[in-house]
Design a binder for this molecule. Structure first.
Ligand code: AMP
Length: 207
């Protein structure tokens, strides 16, 4: 089961990938997570990509594709995988075609207004990394993590200017992939504005 999860930032691809990973027992490969781990561990890669990611721009295609190719070589991806946040450009999709076959591409659809609401309200704990949302999952005490008491902050790329940039980058670089995979014949739309339980039901029914 080789899957791609496509959709704008804030569509809930990561949340659905987490559930699907457990349900289908296949790895969740998120390029965003791989980059964030590199930044946290202050690796050479992390140093190269930090300012790009903070601004909401795209990491160069060659660098991103090389990381995914390397990750797919690990044995756990042999029986299938979920690519979340990759590919994000036509050249990445062309490169992926040469690396492996893709069975289904899920296109999670959600309005721009909803994306802004979801991302701008997200708060992350500096201590343990737990995620909250000022509106949907508020902490018991404002600005304080329920789990460890750590301070909650807004990720640089969840600040309003970066969100706007991520959305415009999505529209210009990533949205063309919808047509790319429509032509390939393996694209399926899912309404991601629904409750996460319903989105996951739709996903299972589609797969
Ligand atoms: P995400 O968590 O998927 O929203 O990714 C966070 C950030 O990582 C993005 O805003 C980009 O800066 C970078 N990134 C993740 N995946 C890719 C990709 N496939 N191509 C280029 N940059 C990426």
């Amino acid at each position: 089961m080789n899957l791609i999860f496509l959709g704008p930032p804030g569509a809930g691809k990561g949340t659905m990938a987490f559930r699907a990973k457990e349900h289908y027992n296949i790895p969740h490969i998120s390029t965003g997570d791989l980059f964030r781990a590199a930044i946290k561990n202050q690796t050479e890669l992390g140093k190269k990509v930090k300012s790009i990611i903070d601004a909401g721009d795209l990491v160069p295609d060659e660098l991103t594709t090389a990381i995914v190719e390397e990750r797919l070589k690990q044995g756990d991806a042999d029986k299938g995988f979920i690519l979340d946040g990759f590919p994000r450009t036509i050249p990445q999709a062309e490169a992926l075609k040469k690396i492996t076959n893709i069975e289904t591409v899920i296109n999670f659809t959600v309005t721009e207004e909803e994306v802004v609401r979801r991302l701008s309200g997200r708060r992350v704990c500096k201590g343990c990394g737990e995620s909250f949302h000022v509106e949907f999952i508020p902490p018991a005490k404002e600005g304080v993590c329920d789990k460890c008491g750590g301070e909650l902050y807004t990720r640089d790329d969840d600040k309003i200017e970066a969100i706007k940039n991520r959305l415009s980058v999505y529209a210009s670089s990533t949205e063309p992939l919808i047509n790319f995979y429509k032509v390939e014949g393996n694209l399926k739309d899912i309404d991601a504005s629904q409750h996460p339980d319903k989105v996951f039901e739709d996903l299972k029914a589609t797969l």
